[in-house]
Design a protein around this ligand. Sequence first.
Ligand SMILES: CCCCC/C=C\C/C=C\C/C=C\C/C=C\C/C=C\CC/C=C/C(=O)SCCNC(=O)CCNC(=O)[C@H](O)C(C)(C)COP(=O)(O)OP(=O)(O)OC[C@H]1O[C@@H](n2cnc3c(N)ncnc32)[C@H](O)[C@@H]1OP(=O)(O)O
Ligand SMILES: Cc1cc2nc3c(=O)[nH]c(=O)nc-3n(C[C@H](O)[C@H](O)[C@H](O)COP(=O)(O)OP(=O)(O)OC[C@H]3O[C@@H](n4cnc5c(N)ncnc54)[C@H](O)[C@@H]3O)c2cc1C
Length: 673
Amino acid sequence: MPIKLKGEVNPDLNNERKKCSFNVEEMARWYHGGEKKLAEKRQRETLFLDDPDLQDDIPTSYMSHKEIYEYGVGKACKIFTKIRALQEEGKGGVDNFMAILGGMLGSGVLKEGNPMAVHFVMFLPTILGQGTTEQQVEWLGRAWSMNILGTYAQTELGHGTFIRGLETTATYDPKTEEFILNSPTITSYKWWPGGLGHTSNYAIVVAQLYTKGQCHGIHPFIVQLRDEETWAPIKGKSVEIGEIGPKLGMKGVNNGFLGFDNVRIPRKNMLMKNAKVLEDGTYIKAPSSVLTYGTMMFVRVVIIRDMANYLSKAVTIATRYSAVRRQSPIDPAKPEVQVIDHVTQQYKVFPNIAKVIIFQLTADYIWNLYNQVTSELDKGQLERLPELHAISCCLKAVITQDASNGVEQLRMACGGHGYMEASNLPNTYGMVTAACTYEGENTILLLQTARYLMKSWSQALVGDALVPTVEYLRDAIKKRSNKWDPSITGIIKALQLVAANKIRLAYEHVENRKKLGYSHEDATNLSSIELAQSADAHCRAFLVQSAYEMTRDLESTVSTSLATVLRQFIELYAVETCMKYIGDLFRFSGLTEDGVQELQQRLEDLLTKIRPNAVGFVDGFDIPDKILSSALGAYDGNVYERLFLEAKKSPLNQDPIPKAFELHMKPFMRSNL
Ligand SMILES: CCCCC/C=C\C/C=C\C/C=C\C/C=C\C/C=C\CC/C=C/C(=O)SCCNC(=O)CCNC(=O)[C@H](O)C(C)(C)COP(=O)(O)OP(=O)(O)OC[C@H]1O[C@@H](n2cnc3c(N)ncnc32)[C@H](O)[C@@H]1OP(=O)(O)O
Ligand SMILES: Cc1cc2nc3c(=O)[nH]c(=O)nc-3n(C[C@H](O)[C@H](O)[C@H](O)COP(=O)(O)OP(=O)(O)OC[C@H]3O[C@@H](n4cnc5c(N)ncnc54)[C@H](O)[C@@H]3O)c2cc1C
């Protein structure tokens, strides 16, 4: 019997949708920032997803490494042609870039990643954030219109985290008013930049600046890598350039390597908004050396929404599949149930739906804070930079880790079929787990936050004023334990108390070790497990608190029916966080065994309450099938038909007798007859 799509929605999914107690369209409006934004999103998606030129004729899974790249570049050109047209019509603005570069629309049209993404995500923002007005005039026009394509070349084969240890040099020659770039060792080769391999002809290169025989630390330079006409690497052998080879995911991103042998660039190519080198080689310091790190902060901020997007896709796939898949009766006398009725399945899936909401709210919060602080920086006010750095580092670390764990958990929640590329969960995992490493490896970022928390704790000890994100430390100094209060505000206080005590202990252990004679650095390294954990606890308290505060007036903005379900998810997030940190809550918050049992009961009650709305809720994320790209997650729930149709695409299935039979199996199988 030939397998065809039925054209009907799976009856179990139909029933789920009938059960939903709120208006899915209202949910979509709330989630996407209002009616206008939702309409724009849908128009943009239709424009890209219905374009015959942007359809996937062959799944990329069956392509070679080279084919994936060539196909990706072709598609990227078509995508940016459309984006250009939209910009020229004055439609969309930054939202177009947010959508097309990230894990929602972007991953729908270009599953393996976009080899030109770093051009927009880092090359352009670095020129904007670190170039002088003249440099912006010189570079931005051509970069915006993509007449040149750039990347961000910071990481080297030997150094990614410790960027003060980068080895690429840029030595100023006052005679010619040029910088000379060199890669003195194998470990100094740039390694990793997205699109560097074969897709960019310019790069922001981060290198150690030498002038008048003195090193002034790392600075950004615009360097031409390839001829604009011929695309040949410039000046023969003086630039050595290529791509680094296959990776776990992001297979189409063309990450590259790059080495310099006495490559000369004009003085004006050093980005000089902050630090400067004058014609005679005189060095003028920046108001703060960390301003060079600004692009990384920008990307850490945008990654938060990207993670919400990827997780929303994975959880839509897993929720719909869990409603369609029937396996094992609960009552042996009755038929097999939808797997979503097994409570352990609910526990795997629903907390991940809750995380999408929390991450989306956090993305709004951090984006607003980022814009406020950067506009202050433009006026020379640097006071709030450390707070933004501290909170963006731990949010990036915790959210990428949770999203990555979440996608993997959801893949497993789909059983064997989740392991198929046709589910789109393996590819999604490859994209998400990369974010745990890029833009600052997660442990490192937690330690950055901890560094700030240690300072904040010492300020709290002497009664200094504290910024809002750490204000809770003041109360914790007065009160080290609490009476357990199960309300949401009580949970927030308890999580803050956990964080504050972990911060206190890490601080005390560093100080004790110093008293034993260790240097500050050694004492910090010896205490670094507790330091990283204190930053994690701080972030988790922050996530619950900010979600609670950002939805305070929910009832006045959405219908009661939607508000009720949203509150259930926020409560589920808070309760699940408590269950994960139960040991810490016992230690520091006055939680008792009775309290734990109450939390367990509450968790189970919430899963039961959410159960009838789960499918409707993920429908409210409003993700088109072409973006989900999943046989398991399509809106109509025709899972088995889609899996079959995908399997039929395998090149091995195009011929009933494989070549390997005549070539290898037949001679082998008959050789011992
Ligand atoms: C213009 C058009 C725009 C259109 C585009 C719009 C939107 C895009 C939208 C969507 C896109 C969607 C998704 C994007 C997603 C994916 C992106 C795609 C691809 C990703 C490509 C990846 C790129 C990379 O990975 S680039 C390389 C990144 N590398 C790192 O992150 C290195 C990590 N290491 C460091 O950051 C540092 O070395 C360190 C660990 C912080 C240590 O630095 P060091 O100098 O040694 O510092 P310390 O001594 O520890 O600290 C000194 C002092 O500085 C403070 N500090 C450190 N960093 C910062 C900072 N960034 N800002 C402010 N302050 C900082 C630190 O706290 C300390 O302060 P103190 O002395 O007071 O304590
Ligand atoms: C998909 C992808 C895309 C990327 N794109 C780009 C790009 O466009 N441009 C670019 O410049 N770079 C890019 N990178 C590089 C990326 O930024 C680095 O890989 C990242 O910053 C981590 O650095 P590392 O690889 O040197 O890890 P390492 O620092 O070598 O980390 C290895 C281990 O050492 C630990 N460690 C290191 N230092 C410390 C410390 N001080 N304390 C405690 N533990 C420590 C880490 O926690 C980790 O467990 C990309 C990477 C990936 C995976």
